[in-house]
Design a protein around this ligand. Structure first.
Ligand code: FES
Length: 177
């Protein structure tokens, strides 16, 4: 069921993208601006959109994909409701940012750039987010969590899951009232 909704949503996104492509000329130099437009609009590049872009610019979609993967700014999965960004800037890196990242990957059973099947969480790595004094740092949505340690990863995820459940229950209670 969830998959059907996802397919429907992606279908809609592709239709919109097709419309937006009409606003771009067919020169190759438009490739990056188009990819940036899609990423900005939908926060990821649906795989099928790369084919549309390729067709619009008369470039093989494998080449479009190659260009998109070359740049770190593009992601290929929709972000989760709780996007986790692990800072791997210098200060965070020397204080074990990569170990924090590994722990999130292990706990959520996804790799960096991926989203959990329930779309709750996604993981990204980012460069310095400007609060090096708190290194190592991870962000959940816009909230900064400083002084991260591998042992804090599980607790953080658990807290989000509990908050989700409480929100759901409150919504159900409201509905049935
Ligand atoms: S390096 Fe991570 S906040 Fe600066």
């Amino acid at each position: 069921m969830v998959e059907q909704n996802d397919d429907f949503e992606e279908e809609q996104i592709l239709q919109e993208i097709e419309g937006r492509l009409a606003g771009f000329g067919r020169e190759r130099s438009n490739l990056i601006p188009i990819l940036q437009m899609i990423q900005e609009q939908y926060r990821y590049l649906p795989k099928a959109s790369l084919e549309l872009v390729g067709r619009h610019l008369a470039i093989p979609s494998a080449e479009v994909f190659g260009v998109a993967t070359f740049y770190n700014q593009f992601r290929f999965n929709p972000p989760g409701k709780h996007p986790i960004k692990v800072c791997l800037g210098t200060a965070c890196h020397v204080r074990g940012g990569d170990i924090i990242l590994e722990n999130f990957e292990r706990k959520l059973e996804i790799k960096v750039g991926e989203t959990t099947p329930d779309r709750e969480f996604s993981i990204e790595k980012v460069a310095c987010v400007g609060c090096c004094a708190l290194a190592p740092v991870a962000l959940v949505g816009e909230t900064v969590h400083g002084g991260m340690a591998p042992s804090k990863v599980e607790g953080l995820i658990l807290r989000i899951e509990v908050e989700n459940e409480m929100r759901q229950r409150a919504a159900e209670k409201e509905k049935s009232a």
